[in-house]
Write a protein that binds this ligand. Structure first.
Ligand code: PLP
Length: 458
């Protein structure tokens, strides 16, 4: 892939510091080999997440200065409403402090016990919000998603046959709304094709089911459509986005992703009747309808960021930048999920560290090794996060042991990515010395955030 240099120059810098190997070793021990428990100041390159970690532009910082902090009717709400109508085409805007608050409002009013919500793949917070209201979150992604080496261009797609069979099986009256997530975060930031969104919308419409899009990375998805789907080569990302949302009844959005801000989100929709209900709930849990969960200045930075996130040069750079890390890892012989996604690279830890059995958490061992070798923070998506256990305590590991390298937007340069690849090279050279890990503390739910480990001794 041709390299496209950063279409911006740097005007403000934030120093980062590499502490010594001895200090990193001490930090790892202190944190029980869990990178969530290490202070950000002790990290050199932080690839924990792309959420809320974007660098804002000069224009966005200028937007912060024109925040109107009136309790009611601030001009920034009007402007964001206009932006949402322009890009997404939805009539009503519910501003929230982040994506999961939008999900909470949506599902708490629409889902009741015994209901089902289909999706290509639910993101963790989406699933949790469906389940918290007694619903069942059903994933119906295409089979290509499960093959790590398949180069299928739209691995994020919904399996249309499975979707229709599922609706017939449980009955449309048990499905208050249907969703699709673009890009499909949980399976590696893989895109969904416009044709697939169209077919998904048609199935929902056929059965009278409302269609909401989880839109967090809609701009990256629009660019993948432009470059991978025949017929869209000459379309502008913003026009692709307009076409996508014209097929839906509403969307949930975490502005911490493709709106290039550090906090924020929204729910947008067409129905007047639902809007009235959502608005009452918004007042109860977030704030008055014209600011919701945010300050006026945040609303303005989102408006500006939404357009910047759709800029064609920015998207060309963004996707090429992620792909650059994938290509460098390839050169270092690192196995990863193909093709590379929009917001990160997912390394196959089971294949990279074949000497560590799944019950000794090869993903977590690799996460720890990357920190020890180079001060890099990544996150395990494998047995620590998802393993289940038999009654006798025997582990039932998930199919994949992945390590995610999420790439913050407009934050790191190509030399940071070169550095990350070189650290992988060093880890690989000393691979046999990397030991598996075992728990010294593991909470019952969401254990990856607070669990502690120690190395398995021979
Ligand atoms: C991040 C994310 C969310 C939740 O948004 P938050 O702002 O973290 O609450 C929902 N869906 C997807 C696909 C996401 O990536």
């Amino acid at each position: 892939m041709e390299l496209f240099p950063e279409p911006f120059r740097i005007k403000t810098v934030e120093p980062i510091k590499m502490i010594s190997r001895e200090e990193r070793e001490a930090e790892l021990k202190k944190a029980g080999y869990n990178l969530f428990l290490i202070d950000a100041e002790k990290i050199f390159v932080d690839l924990l997440t792309d959420s809320g970690t974007s660098a804002m532009s000069d224009k966005q910082w200028a937007s912060i200065m024109v925040g109107d902090e009136s309790y009611a009717g601030c001009r920034n709400f009007k402007n964001l409403e206009k932006t949402i109508r322009d890009i997404f085409g939805f009539k009503h805007l519910i501003p929230t402090h982040q994506g999961r608050a939008a999900e909470n409002i949506l599902f708490s009013l629409m889902v009741k016990p015994g209901d089902y919500v289909p999706n290509n793949t639910h993101f963790d917070t989406t699933r949790a919000n469906v389940e918290a209201n007694g619903g069942v979150a059903m994933d119906l992604v295409v089979d290509e998603a499960k093959d790590l080496t398949s180069q299928f261009p739209f691995k994020g797609n919904m399996d249309i046959k499975k979707l229709e069979n599922f609706i017939r099986e449980v009955g449309p009256d048990k499905i208050p709304l249907g969703m699709i997530t673009i890009t499909n975060n949980s399976i590696g930031g893989q895109p969904v094709s416009l044709d697939n969104i169209r077919q998904t919308a048609a199935v929902y419409r056929k059965y009278g089911i409302l269609f909401f899009i989880d839109a967090c990375r809609y701009a990256e998805n629009s660019y993948f459509i432009k470059t991978r789907e025949p017929g869209y080569e000459n379309a502008k990302p913003i026009d692709i986005a307009r076409e996508i949302f014209s097929m839906a009844d509403g969307c949930t959005m975490s502005a911490k992703k493709d709106a290039l801000v550090n906090i924020g989100g929204f729910l947008a929709l067409n129905s007047d009747q639902l809007f009235e209900q959502f608005k009452q709930k918004l007042i109860l849990v977030e704030g008055f309808p014209t600011y919701g969960g945010l300050a006026g200045r945040d609303l303005e930075a989102i408006s500006t960021g939404l357009y910047e996130g759709l800029d064609e040069d920015y998207l060309k750079y963004r996707i090429a930048h992620t792909r650059y890390l994938a290509d460098r890892l390839e050169e270092e012989g690192v196995p990863y999920v193909k093709p590379s996604g929009g917001h990160g690279i997912y390394v196959d830890a089971k294949a990279f560290l074949p000497h560590i059995p799944q019950e000794q958490f090869p993903g977590q061992a690799l996460v720890a090794a990357l920190y020890l070798e180079g001060g890099i923070r990544s996150v395990e998506i494998g047995s620590v996060m998802f393993a289940k256990y038999e009654a006798n305590g025997k582990i039932i590991p998930p199919a994949l042991e992945l390590v995610r390298l999420a790439i913050p937007r407009r934050v790191y340069t190509l030399s940071h990515l070169d550095y990350v690849a070189s650290v992988f090279g060093k880890v690989r050279q000393n691979m046999e010395q990397i030991k598996g890990l075992k728990f010294t503390y593991a909470p019952k739910a969401l254990r990856h955030f607070t669990a502690r480990f120690k190395p398995v001794e021979e």
